[in-house]
Design a protein around this ligand. Structure first.
Ligand code: 5GP
Ligand code: MN
Length: 320
């Protein structure tokens, strides 16, 4: 799609719904909120925001995120004029809300995952963009749309979190140029960084410490992994998002090439997060019908955690 298609579809729409992805992160939430405010302030339209799963506490500062709803709050036969998927690598990442997306008259897909297959009627997939927020910034600027502080803070959150604080390989000259412009638009960089990185709930940090203590290392310490069970989650009274950041901590170890966190969702389901320094882990995730980026990917394996671990390790070894 080109940028004018965005404007045309917003103007023609009677009602608009925006979808973020399951296990929402700073990019999908920041981008969704930025879209919400841009649509409201530039086109005078109120969009419905859909979240799947709990919004991590740290993102409660995003302006008007409390307006976001879960898909079950939308009537079953509702047909929206326009549905926008933001930062959604694959349709199943919308969770149960996907049926609402599918029913919409016009479907738009804005994303930066290279594994995105371009689902929808209009897709804007830019794998070189560090975040969905970066794609939106370019589009808003190009269309001459008003970027107020709410939009600026939200896009900055997207970019800051998806680049791991401007540290990951996806951080480009352009990323810094956009960040610089957002600060000029009124965002306080230090304030957003404090919300995103230094406002963790205490049990989250303790769960992380426990998971790191239980980590295992294979193949000359090139593989670092840990399993988080349902009983660990219960012990630390952890919310779903409390496992965020553990896989990144395993990658911090000098010898680590591939880091993995296996999370027991139930007796038969294991959610896997993968991070690496050189290996393309999106290929490993794809072997289990998952996807993502070269150095950050994920998948869900329909096996008990111990069996999933063996299968995953076997697959990782093929890429070392
Ligand atoms: P995380 O480990 O933070 O859950 O996910 C890392 C990256 O992989 C994210 O960019 C996310 O979009 C992608 N990802 C995680 N799980 C899946 C999955 O099950 N399917 C696909 N296609 N992508 C995933
Ligand atoms: Mn993203």
């Amino acid at each position: 799609m080109n940028y004018q298609d965005f404007t045309k579809n917003i103007i023609e729409a009677d009602d608009i719904v925006i979808f973020s992805h399951v296990n929402p992160d700073g990019d999908t939430l920041g981008s969704m909120i930025a879209l919400y405010h841009v649509i409201k302030n530039n086109y005078g339209k109120e969009a419905v925001m859909v979240v799947t799963g709990e919004i991590p506490d740290i993102y409660e500062f995003l302006p008007e995120i409390d307006k976001a709803v879960t898909f079950d709050k939308i009537s079953k036969d509702k047909v929206f004029s326009l549905a926008i998927a933001i930062d959604i690598a694959a349709k199943d990442r919308m969770g149960m809300g996907v049926s609402i997306f599918d029913r919409a008259k016009v479907k738009m897909n804005i994303d930066h995952h290279k594994t995105n297959n371009g689902f929808g009627d209009y897709s804007l997939i830019i794998p070189d963009a560090c975040s969905a927020g970066e794609i939106l910034f370019d589009m808003f600027e190009n269309l001459g749309l008003k970027i107020d502080k709410a939009v600026s803070d939200s896009l900055y959150t997207s970019i800051l979190t998806d680049t791991g604080g401007f540290r990951f390989e996806n951080t480009s000259a352009k990323t810094f140029q956009i960040a610089s412009k957002l600060v000029e638009y009124g965002t306080h960089a230090g304030e957003i960084a404090r919300y995103c990185f230094e406002s963790k709930p205490k049990p989250m940090v303790l769960l992380q410490a426990n998971a790191l203590m239980n980590a295992e290392f294979l193949e000359n310490q090139k593989i670092a992994y840990t399993c988080i069970t349902m009983s660990d989650m219960e012990h630390f009274q952890a919310k779903e998002d409390y496992t965020e950041g553990i896989v990144g901590a395993l990658r911090q170890i000098k010898t680590t090439e591939v880091a993995a966190v296996l999370k027991e969702v139930n007796e038969q389901t294991t959610k896997v997060s993968l991070r690496s320094k050189h290996v393309d882990v999106s290929k490993i995730a794809a072997a289990f019908d998952g996807g993502g980026h070269a150095f950050a990917a994920g998948c869900t394996i329909q096996k008990p955690v111990k069996i999933a671990k063996d299968k995953l390790v076997e697959e990782i070894k093929r890429y070392l």
